[in-house]
Design a protein around this ligand. Structure first.
Ligand SMILES: *[C@@H]1O[C@H](CO)[C@@H](O)[C@H](O)[C@H]1NC(C)=O
Ligand SMILES: *[C@@H]1O[C@H](CO)[C@@H](O)[C@H](O)[C@H]1NC(C)=O
Length: 374
């Protein structure tokens, strides 16, 4: 059987795309979602879908080009915006504001590998003094009680603010780790902007935007609002990294097992093992409502014969050469070697979770680079 050697990923995708009965289709979809570390398809809240923050879009483009995220070991990036509440009125100024990011939608199996608070610069303001400023970022470990106790703050980062282009980033990983471990101990982050001088006085007109101004247009604010970028590693990625095991090794073993089971092979003139085109269109799979980008991707697949004697360009292992040799002498004893992916590359996907937070995931081994006989 030709299909016997094809890899499981591609089979699942093709199965979802193909005309199948509802049950088989649902099973194939579940299988594919599990592969992506999701227990069900996300159902983002009703349209209109909020725009993807610029920082996430840039991260996606960078990840798609580099096949990785800019944090060691992270395979996921999630973005969060401040959740407004009645507490916002206690912080009427631009130089001292509490930001609350609700991380409860982050799956339990993800651990934080990094967290950046990304702040946009305020447009030039004539009031701004020429002296430089400093941004102080605190984790609110315990909120203050009016007239009773001062808040307990832990300094997370201190970033000098100078005139310049581009957003300002502060490290918030200490707080993010704590919130993931104890969600009910999340009291937000406190952002302060002070003079970068021994006095450390509050500034009148800060360099960065932390809160929405009265009457500010919703769209304009959306582009300028602070963003928390959380980088995480999920269990699958961590286990694979710790084992030093790559999904390709698992796939190769699975393909070999399937190969051994495939006794009745069709006799036909076959093309030799090679990579063949396969474009997976997420619209065909019915996933275009939650996958923001890409719309689809070139997955490729491997198919073809592994004839005796095994040519060099078929990327065979010594074992495959021996197996092919034994097969040529006694086809009943062992099957031929299998045409399988020998080199794979990752893809990055941008999607919306159930609460409309934008998520970027890097999925290992999703596209075939090279095929071979194994
Ligand atoms: C955080 O979001 C969840 C839904 O994901 C919601 O149930 C919860 O009430 C939110 N927490 C706060 C403090 O707003
Ligand atoms: C063997 O592997 C190389 C590199 O991965 C690839 O360029 C080549 O196309 C592969 N051979 C076949 C038959 O796919």
């Amino acid at each position: 059987m030709r299909g016997a050697c094809a890899c499981a990923v591609v089979c699942a995708l093709v199965a979802v795309c193909g005309a199948l009965d509802a049950d088989t289709r649902a099973a194939a979809e579940r299988h594919l979602l599990a592969l992506m570390g999701l227990d069900r398809r996300p159902s983002p809240r009703a349209a209109p879908r909020p725009p993807v923050p610029r920082a996430m879009r840039l991260l996606y483009e960078g990840a798609a080009a580099a096949h990785s995220l800019p944090r060691a070991a992270a395979n996921t990036a999630r973005s969060f915006t401040h959740q407004p509440s009645h507490l916002d009125h206690r912080f009427p100024n631009e130089h001292r504001f509490r930001l609350y990011f609700n991380l409860t939608a982050v799956p339990q199996d993800e651990s934080a590998r990094g967290a950046d608070l990304v702040l946009q610069r305020a447009s030039s303001d004539p009031l701004r003094s020429s002296s430089s400023q400093r941004l102080l970022l605190y984790d609110v470990v315990r909120p203050g009680r009016r007239g009773h106790s001062a808040p307990l703050l832990r300094l997370l980062d201190s970033v000098p603010l100078r005139d310049g282009e581009g957003p300002v980033t502060a490290d918030a990983v200490g707080a993010a780790r704590r919130w993931l471990a104890e969600p009910n101990q999340n009291h937000g982050l406190l952002v302060r902007v002070v003079e970068d001088a021994p006095t450390g006085a509050d500034v009148r007109a800060p360099h960065v935007r932390v809160r929405r101004r009265a009457g500010e247009d919703e769209r304009a604010w959306r582009a300028d609002q602070p963003l928390l970028l959380l980088y995480t590693e999920d269990t699958r990625a961590r286990e694979a990294r710790e084992r030093g095991d790559t999904p390709i090794a698992r796939m190769r073993r699975a393909a070999q097992r399937r190969g051994h089971r495939a006794h009745h092979r069709r006799k036909e003139v076959r093309e030799t093992c090679q990579r063949r085109p396969l474009f997976v269109d997420f619209a065909d799979v019915g996933w275009s409502d939650w996958i923001v980008a890409p719309q689809g991707y070139d997955a490729f697949y491997c198919q073809g014969d592994c004839p005796f004697p095994l040519a060099d360009h078929l990327n065979g292992t010594n074992h495959a050469i021996v197996q092919t040799l034994v097969n040529s002498v006694n086809p009943a004893a062992v099957p031929k070697a299998c045409c399988v992916p020998t080199q794979l590359s990752s893809i990055s996907m941008l999607y919306m979770d159930d609460v409309n937070n934008v998520v970027l995931k890097n999925y290992q081994d999703m596209a075939v680079v090279g095929c071979g006989c194994r």
